[in-house]
Write a protein that binds this ligand. Sequence first.
Ligand code: FAD
Ligand code: NAP
Length: 553
Amino acid sequence: MADAATVDQSVNDVDVVVVGAGFAGMYMLHRLRELGLSAVVIEAGTDVGGTWYWNRYPGARCDVPSMEYSYSFSEELQQEWQWTELMSAQPEILEYARHVADRFDLRRDILFETKVIAADFDEDDNRWTVTTDTGQCHRARWCIMATGCLSVPNVPNLPGLERFEGELYHTGDWPKVEPNLTAKRVGIIGTGSSGVQAIPVLAQRAGHLTVFQRSPVYTIPANNKPLRPETAEAFKERYGEIRQRQRVSVTGILGPTALREPRPKPADGAPRAARPGLLDLTPEERQAVFDEHGHGAFQRFADVYRDPAANAIACELFRQQIRKLVHDPLVAEALEPRDYPLACKRQVIDTGYYETFNRDNVTLVDLRRQPLLEITAQGVRVDGEDIELDVLVLATGFDAMTGALERIDIRGRDGVLLRDRWVGGPRTYLGLQVEGFPNLFTITGPGSPSVLSNVIVAIEQHVEWIADCLGHLMEHGRATIEPTEGAVEQWVAHVNEVAEGTMYVAPDCNSWYLGSNIEGKARVFMPYVGGLGRYRQRCDEIAANGYEGFVLA
Ligand code: FAD
Ligand code: NAP
């Protein structure tokens, strides 16, 4: 074993380099220490937390219940931490990440304010050399990328953006000192999850808010609320069982069913009767369900997610609900999504989004009617209008899933660059490893359930699988592990096959899951839609079968 990481030297020999100190990198470090390995975690930010360190925009919060969107690996940790809301806001989640770092004494092996720019595999001694923007070199047997799926903000190529003289912010790189927006003219571009969370809060803080919308969104009410102490207690009493159910579930989220007793199986072993689909209801019944439950009602019907006919009906009922919530019929019409199906993009949730457009200090600019021509020194020029702004917010998303990996010069065998290998889209085995890049692991990499689930559950599964794998390699004296070409081929085919027929890959769908938010990026569906539980089982079987599909040299 190498000595413990000495991070102030220019060449640092460790067993493992981990890149990124979000929830993935933090837990990875903890597990590596348990294996007796020396490790350094390299992080671009000044603190831990990843997503929750960078995304400090007003309104930022998680959309998975916090009792579930939190680590399960330490019983003491999950018993002692107190969440205050059902779905916590960014400051509380960041505070939680900091608490974990302190509690497990993680910071002493984390190198902050340092960006990894290259990682090279040396075939002679099976070591990775990891180079940083501060000129340091770290040599390690294993290199683990915990770089995040949504960690590279996308700044679109808007003509004239560099000329803007006001304050410019990206939701994914929000300043640590909260900007004062009082009485200011604020504009926001983007109405995905980040924009939809930020818009109602910006409207309350700004003098005037102009929302520049290219694609209207299908958003549903978050129904967030303070977390009742008795609910938290009930969770804590049953945490072991709840966490186990999360792990084997499709998405890692139990939601309202978490505290319900599991439904008994029918005594005769017959399958449970399926809930009716939207197509099974009469038009009057459908209308009644939407009238009672609002625009989020479509979630009750499984056929909306796979049957285009059910989807089209749900879309129309959804639009009808918008018209009820937004007073100005022209604004309501502009907010109605029409050119892509429900459930093709990541579900967006909101708190008072549609109602915000009834405020006197909010204007919607529909970029499909008035295209954005350029950014000027004073604001935004759209077709027929100059809109002056003091502040411009970009809520324009991320170069997702591959962005952070491809920004590092990762060279595997024969000096092959990972981004060249992935020019036609990412190709991995299980989202964990890439052929030709031995001893390199990607946590929640493309080809794994990652962003289609409660990501912390996905992270824990990957971290634990990787830790077990390293333990196995050490126990059996194996120097390297990498997947075979055939295993990658088969896994990629399987990832595509299970996505087939879902709304995610509908021809009229453009989403960051498909890379279509980034100019020139290959249109490939990147996450694994087969479900977290099923995926976990497959990963475990593969390990139990002697790491089937991998070469252990
Ligand atoms: P990250 O948290 O992204 O951390 C990666 C870290 O790697 C970053 O700190 C980054 O600085 C660092 N890094 C990257 N490249 C380099 C480099 N070259 N050198 C040095 N450091 C580098 N998921 C859910 O399941 N539920 C939610 O409700 C939810 N809400 C979200 C809200 C927002 C606004 C966003 C953006 C994402 C949300 N996600 C949510 C997804 C979220 O990213 C994950 O849940 C989780 O936090 C990811 O953790 P991570 O450690 O894998 O990656
Ligand atoms: P996003 O979903 O990719 O949305 C980006 C928005 O910016 C879209 O409305 C997009 O319009 C618009 N846009 C991009 N380029 C543009 C341009 N050149 N001109 C005009 N508009 C442009 O990004 P995001 O909202 O940051 O969310 C990304 C992911 O982060 C989410 O899907 C989710 O996984 C996670 N997240 C979660 C939460 C949460 O609730 N927990 C909150 C925030 C983020 P088009 O649709 O037309 O491209």
